[in-house]
Write a protein of this length. Sequence first.
Length: 71
Amino acid sequence: MATDPYDDILSRARSELNSAELLQLAEELFQHAGRRNGSRNIMELKGLGKTIWKDVDADDYVRQERDSWNG
């Protein structure tokens, strides 16, 4: 039985990419869509990445990032 390519790609991205990679993918897809459809409205970015960050504590994330800078 054939699966919907969108659902397949979305499922694979969610299971195989980390948060930073998911955000990068979303940005690249958004840029690609903008090139294909002409100019875009900045308000189309509203909510972008919302699901990626929903279970992430912002303070913990920033602390971990800063700690990684020092090796």
